[in-house]
Design a protein around this ligand. Sequence first.
Ligand code: ADP
Ligand code: MG
Length: 230
Amino acid sequence: MSLALADVVLSYPDGDRRLTALDRVGVEVARGELAAVVGPSGSGKSSLLAVAATLLRPDAGRVVIAGRDTGGLSERQRTELRRESVGIVFQQANLVPSLTAVEQLLAMAHLRGRRPREARARAEALLERVGLTGAQRRRRPHQLSGGERQRVNLARALFSGPAVLLVDEPTSALDHERGADVMRLLVEVTHEHRTATVLVTHDRSLLPSADSIYEMADGKLTALAAAVSE
Ligand code: ADP
Ligand code: MG
C-alpha cells in the first residue's frame, strides 16, 4: 500500500477538554487508485488529509507512506518524506502572486535542486497535461480563472512525482461542469502517475469515477464502496 492509516486518533485542544477530530480512522490506498471521502463540514476530512500529509502527528495510530511508517521519523525526516512522496492540493490554490504558472513549478524545482533545463521541460509538460495552453502557462495567478489555478496547483503537486496525492475539495469554488472536468483529470493523472490519491469532496455526483468511496461522520470513516480488484 502506498498510503495506509490504521487506528488513527487525532484530537485538538477545545477549552479545557479535547475535541476528537479523527476517531480510529483506517484507510488504505494503492498506487494508481483514487479514494474519495465525502462528509459534512466539520466531520474531519481536512484533518484526515493533514495527518496523511504528515503535517499533523496523530495522538495514536499509524501512518504509512510509500512503505515507510512515519511514526518514528524526526520532524526533518517527515519534511523530507513529504517533499519526496506527497503532493498536496489544498482548497485554496496557494500560488505565489508574482510568479507565472511555469515559475510556480520551477520554484519547487529550485527547492529540490533539479537541473534547470530538465525542470523547465517537466513543468511545461505537466502544465500542458492538466490542460493549460502555452499562453496560459505564462500567466500569473490573477490572469487565470479559478479552475485554471486549480490545474496549476495540481501540476505543482505532481511535480516531484509523489507516491501519494492528497486533494481537498478542489471543486468547491467551481461550477458543476468545471468541477466534473477537474474530477476527470484527477482520475486520469492518478492512473498515469500511479499516485495513491485521496480526494475530499462534498459533491456526491463526482463519486462514481472513484475507485473507492468513504464517508466521514463525526471523525469516523466508513467504507461505502470498495474498488473491485482486478
Ligand atoms: P472538515 O474538513 O470535514 O470540514 P475538519 O477536519 O476541518 O473538518 O475539522 C474537524 C473538526 O475539528 C471540526 O470540529 C473543527 O472545528 C475541528 N478543528 C479543525 N482544525 C482545528 C484546529 N486547528 N484546532 C481546533 N479544532 C480544529
Ligand atoms: Mg475541510
